[in-house]
Design a protein around this ligand. Structure first.
Ligand SMILES: Cc1cc2nc3c(=O)[nH]c(=O)nc-3n(C[C@H](O)[C@H](O)[C@H](O)COP(=O)(O)OP(=O)(O)OC[C@H]3O[C@@H](n4cnc5c(N)ncnc54)[C@H](O)[C@@H]3O)c2cc1C
Length: 324
């Protein structure tokens, strides 16, 4: 098994060792903590864990030590409060009032990637796209290059049916291991996810702890060249080094969301500290001190203007979660 190269902000918060559950806030923990080894934090700030760098706290944040620990925690929670998984927060607006219940963050214990027989790439639910595609490249497995350009985790890709350059997770997923809200660990084949554009039928509160992707034989050099091409193209077309949330709206049938946003005159439009990116009009950015309410409000204003100008209704791709 290889270990992940984590970006700086991840490394700052995750030592790779799940702290003992002699935890902050454990006295009034929402579950009996006996036997639980992961880290449970009460009233945990989430802004620093998501790309937009905005939003409130999780009532509880749980970082499991491994899948058995996660299963035990969910089992002992017994549905007492809502559960939400968090990846890199690259497709999320965390509302300013914070997230009720427990946010589950899969860290290093879930970040491994390995290549098995028949060009199957086995990934932890917390593994980053860049590690998945580069591990596949090194083993001569083609078909996963597109994950190089999507800055999320395997769990996020599986839920969102992440895709780029004409490919999406639905094309490569064989199956995934999921901890269901009741605590059961099941393996779901791709057909059970009923994929459509940026959408799966994964139940709310279900947590993807691992996934297996199927590739094809390929030449590492050619795969690497394609990954470099993708990285360059992204760099030129997207505001990668800003506080953003990826594509804001789904592309409507027959057109691109960015074209409609542009046509409605929203390029550069601002609300508080939030702005429609000048570089790519389907991206919203936090220019420094935006609240999540600024960002979501700007998105709603864009939707209103697009509907008024073009008659088309934009549907949010970014997930908006928590209390306003
Ligand atoms: C610069 C930039 C470029 C992007 N380009 C693309 C692109 O080309 N194509 C594309 O599809 N997306 C793109 N995105 C959006 C985003 O990267 C993807 O949606 C990605 O799949 C989100 O992964 P994540 O792990 O960060 O999930 P998060 O943003 O943390 O969460 C997104 C959703 O997935 C759920 N989730 C997260 N982890 C798990 C898990 N382990 N189990 C179950 N559910 C989980 C969350 O609860 C939430 O509902 C881009 C984003 C940015 C910032």
């Amino acid at each position: 098994m290889m270990s992940a190269n984590q970006p700086d902000d991840w490394a700052m918060h995750d030592t790779g060792q799940a702290p003992d559950a002699g935890v902050e806030g454990a006295l009034d923990a929402p579950v009996p903590m006996a036997g639980i080894r992961g880290a449970l934090t009460k009233n945990a700030p989430l802004a620093k864990l998501v790309w937009f760098k905005s939003g409130g706290n999780a009532d509880w944040l749980f970082e499991p030590a491994d899948r058995a620990d996660l299963k035990l925690f969910i089992d002992q929670l017994a549905g007492a409060m809502p559960v939400m998984a968090l990846g890199l927060g690259s497709n999320l607006i965390i509302r300013d009032g914070g997230v009720p219940g427990v946010v589950i963050r899969l860290g290093k214990p879930f970040a491994d990637v390995a290549v098995g027989a028949d060009h199957v790439v086995m990934c932890g639910g917390g593994a980053h796209g860049i590690l998945v595609s580069s591990t596949a490249r090194d083993a001569g497995v083609a078909g996963l290059e597109f994950l190089r350009g999507i800055p999320g985790t395997v769990g996020g890709f599986v839920r969102m049916n992440g895709g780029a350059y004409g490919r999406e997770v639905a094309d490569i997923l064989l199956d995934c291991d999921v901890v269901l809200p009741g605590g059961n660990l099941v393996t779901l084949p791709v057909k059970d996810l009923d994929y459509s554009y940026r959408h799966s039928r994964l139940p709310n509160g279900a947590i993807v702890v691992a996934a297996r992707f199927k590739g094809t034989p390929g030449d590492p050099e050619k795969i690497g060249a394609e990954m470099d091409r993708i990285a360059d193209e992204r760099e030129n077309s997207q505001p990668l080094r800003t506080r953003t949330g990826g594509s804001t709206f789904k592309n409507p049938e027959g057109t691109s969301a960015w074209k409609l946003v542009d046509e409605a005159g929203c390029r550069g439009l601002t609300m508080g500290g939030a702005q429609v990116s000048e570089k790519h009009t389907n991206f919203l950015i936090n220019t420094g001190d935006a609240t999540s309410s600024d960002i979501e409000g700007l998105g709603e204003e864009v939707r209103r203007r697009v509907a008024e100008k073009t008659g088309r209704t934009l549907e949010w791709e970014i997930k908006r979660v928590g209390r306003p």
